[in-house]
Design a binder for this molecule. Structure first.
Ligand SMILES: CNc1ncnc2c1ncn2[C@@H]1O[C@H](COP(=O)(O)OP(=O)(O)OP(=O)(O)O)[C@@H](O)[C@H]1O
Length: 180
């Protein structure tokens, strides 16, 4: 079983030229990446990746976001937003911790692994993402929490990103343990 993370940095578009804007405006843009290699290549997703040994999910999300798009994040500023279990042919394939944050340093920059892009929440390209994303990501981007299980079926040795998405269970408004 692979343990992995996704991190969704968010910001409010309305600053600078909008006189009605305030710093308290709800975040309405999300930083997505177009993945340039590996699992989900060519698709959009949040920065993220697999946990390295002895690393917590939070540390992994911080490291992957720095490596992939160059943003600095304090682990304490990550808000846990979801836990997703991906099953392939009935077996647990990946357990993914989802985080959200509005606090980060720097400007996103492309890397060998990812091309970053700020996207208005209403324009998230769900047709160019993992099929399950449209089911849970809107809730995460609204500031809510999710816990879900997503079942994929594949023939032979097909990788997860070539498998067929079959069905799912999803719960919203869940609580996570402090420190998760
Ligand atoms: C099945 N439905 C899915 N829906 C949405 N997101 C999914 C996903 N399945 C995997 N993911 C995410 O895809 C990334 C893969 O990361 P992946 O490139 O394998 O990891 P990492 O950056 O460590 O790669 P290297 O092995 O170093 O190349 C990682 O964030 C993981 O959470």
């Amino acid at each position: 079983m692979i343990e992995a993370t996704l991190c969704f940095p968010m910001r409010s578009r309305s600053n600078g030229d909008d006189p009605t804007a305030s710093a308290d405006d709800a975040p309405d843009e999300v930083l997505l990446i177009e993945k340039r290699r590996g699992l989900g290549e060519g698709w959009y997703n949040g920065p993220g990746g697999k946990l390295e040994s002895a690393e917590t999910p939070r540390e992994c999300a911080v490291r992957e976001t720095r490596e992939e798009v160059g943003l600095g994040i304090d682990p304490a500023d990550l808000e846990k937003a979801g836990e997703l279990r991906f099953l392939l042919n009935g077996e647990e394939h990946t357990f993914c911790h989802v985080f959200r944050t509005t606090e980060f340093d720097g400007e996103p920059a492309a890397s060998a692994e990812a091309r970053p892009e700020w996207v208005p929440v209403e324009d998230v390209p769900y047709d160019q993402m993992w099929e399950d994303d449209r089911l849970w990501l809107p809730t995460v981007l609204e500031g809510e929490t999710v816990r879900g299980e997503f079942r994929f079926e594949a023939e032979g040795d097909e990788p997860l990103d070539e498998a067929e998405f079959v069905d799912h269970d999803l719960e919203t408004g869940v609580s996570f343990e402090a420190g998760d």
